[in-house]
Design a protein around this ligand. Sequence first.
Ligand code: MN
Length: 287
Amino acid sequence: MNSDRIGSKVEPESIAVALLGIPSDTNSSFQRGAAAAPAAIRQAMRPYFEEWGNPVAENGVGVVSGENLIDVGNVPVTENVKDVEAISGAVADHSRQYGRVLCLGGDHFVTYPILRGIAAVHGPPTVLHFDAHPDIHHEYQGNRLSHASPFARIMEEKLASRLVQVGIRSFDAHQDAQIQHFGVESIRMSDFEVERVPDLDGPLYISLDLDALDPAFAPGVSHPEPGGLSVREILAVLRKVRGPIVGADIVELNPARDIQDRTAIVAAKFVKEFAGRMLEHLLNTSY
Ligand SMILES: [Mn+2]
């Protein structure tokens, strides 16, 4: 592990993953509902993280709730612009204390303030972004904080040293121009192969919009777009990237549209797998 490059004050042996809910959906352009996602994901996490569950991620790391996975609760969102400071402040505080933060959205707006907090502690990371949509509109419906715009703000403020998008299959000329302008590496779903994702090292941040997945795997999202990724393909990309993962988010679950918690269960699986990768320095002592 390149833990000497993390840039955090937290010693590697004391690193844990802080699980932080951000129940914000006021910047959704179509339908609200993502604010209910943190509670739904926590419920779906029980088979992994209750005493009777199996918390071992596929890389062999035991992700143990209360030990190396610490649920720090939700950011108290207020449904106004002050939420940017509240979210970035909470992410920075928990990053300094634990070393790693895993956020449960909320709609995709939250990734902008999260990355402000991450960059303040670790410096601007490489960002690996799974999504059906580039989410890089300069503004959307007159809202610069729209969930269709976080990556415009992130690139303007240089909160990412590199942005790699995977799964894109809904786009337009404006967003293509933005992608060119900011030098984004955007891999369209029509061209997707695991091997096409560049080798990424250095401090890494992962943003997972659940609509990157095909609706067959993740129907409970506000903007389903058929023709997407499988759970297995995302896990294969996760195995391919080598850098220390300093932060991640899982966003855009809309429990009101879910079918028998199917999408929440996928989100819970990614909580375990992302946390397992974040804790990879524990590999030989995990279980
Ligand atoms: Mn999306």
